[in-house]
Design a binder for this molecule. Structure first.
Ligand code: TYC
Length: 123
């Protein structure tokens, strides 16, 4: 399961500008501002708890695909186990989607029901 969404860029409203002099006595001109480039939307890969996947497998997956050491991976796995879910990493949309695919493929191969999703940060 993958979750995707997009955010439309925020365009600042046009501001009324008073011309300095030689105007027609009080006319108001709307000046369009150039749009600022927004930083790319980032995606967090969230891993979900289940009752069947062995803890050791989850720790290995987090180490392998999210570049965490044993200690960090164990802490993330325990957070998932206790809270139901946890963020394993934050990436661009394509990289996050690839991480989800890699985790699901490894889980399927091993016969575990482990699930993870990708969702926009600030979802
Ligand atoms: N709850 C599982 C168990 O008790 C362990 C587990 C942790 C499973 C994290 C999935 O994403 C997960 N064996």
């Amino acid at each position: 399961m993958k979750t995707m969404a997009t955010k439309s860029p925020v365009i600042p409203p046009a501001q009324p500008v008073q011309l300095p002099d030689k105007d027609d006595g009080g006319s108001v001109v709307l000046e369009r501002r150039t749009q600022k480039t927004q930083p790319p939307q980032m995606y967090q890969v969230v891993m979900l708890n289940d009752d069947y996947t062995p803890m050791e497998f989850v720790v290995q997956v987090i180490q392998e695909f999210f570049g965490k050491d044993l200690d960090a991976a164990t802490r993330i796995m325990l957070k998932i186990h206790l809270d139901g879910k946890a963020v394993c990493g934050v990436y661009s949309r394509d990289v996050a989607a690839t991480k989800v695919d890699q985790v699901l493929e490894a889980a399927n191969k091993a016969g575990h029901p482990l699930k993870c999703i990708s969702e926009p940060v600030d979802f």
